[in-house]
Design a protein around this ligand. Sequence first.
Ligand SMILES: NC(=O)c1ccc[n+]([C@@H]2O[C@H](COP(=O)([O-])OP(=O)(O)OC[C@H]3O[C@@H](n4cnc5c(N)ncnc54)[C@H](OP(=O)(O)O)[C@@H]3O)[C@@H](O)[C@H]2O)c1
Length: 260
Amino acid sequence: MSGKPLAMVTGASSGIGWAFATRLAEEGYAVCAVARREDRLEQLVGHLPGAGHSYLAADLANDEDLAAVGAELSTGAYQLLVNNAGLSVMEPFGEAPLAAEQNLLNVNINAVVALAHAFLAHGAEGDALVNVGSVVSYLPTPAMAAYSGSKAFITTFSECLWSQQRERGVYVMALCPGMTETEFISAATEGESDFSSLPDAMVQSPEEVVSEALQALDRRRDAVVVTGRSNRLLSQLPRLMSRSRLIRLMSKMGDPEDRL
Ligand SMILES: NC(=O)c1ccc[n+]([C@@H]2O[C@H](COP(=O)([O-])OP(=O)(O)OC[C@H]3O[C@@H](n4cnc5c(N)ncnc54)[C@H](OP(=O)(O)O)[C@@H]3O)[C@@H](O)[C@H]2O)c1
């Protein structure tokens, strides 16, 4: 035992998860990094500052792997869980195989619920759970129907837990980034697209997202944290127009480069 607080970060092999693991290690946590790509996890744990870090190579869409990660949380040793692993399917619903949509739901919803359950079973005052949603929670985007729905679930689920866990002193946050320069789009388009053509003002770095998340984690106040000024403005769109108009507007987000 290192005597440090322990954090688990899922989806730590790239992007926002990698940045979370790095910042948390810098802030004195011992980090357990979870994802499928073991070589990346080894590289990450090798470069994290301080001692006590570890990794679990796991496919969170696989029942056995998910149970193994849940069992690790069930030790009750963790003070922070960042449920960050997630993916999108960037083909119109009905064109991608059903298995791809179900894999998305398994990682974006089922694993988040299972790991939150295992973590909160041992939640103690001062602990925190961060579930990574998206600004699309506010903006139903027809070009990524299952993804949009999964992130709306994450935000609502986290809001409910935020309320329910307050009495125990456990803080729950839905972290809602917008477009963030990670492997997210290239993973969903098999490398055919990325964020490079987008205006800088619309895109955050993973480090910027994590920096805002950690400030909010210190404040322990907000149920939902939308990162980036332009995303906070976008999240207000539902107040300005009817639901149908909003969906029509979001249906124009046809190119992968336009997606959040
Ligand atoms: N980038 C954006 O524009 C954006 C915007 C809003 C919200 N988000 C959310 O931010 C979170 C992190 O995404 P990111 O942008 O950092 O994308 P990313 O660079 O593609 O990272 C996704 C992470 O999820 C892991 N992952 C995917 N499928 C998995 C599985 N079956 N089992 C275990 N781990 C799995 C990946 O690791 P392996 O491939 O090694 O398994 C990777 O570490 C996601 O929840 C995403 O929805 C992203």
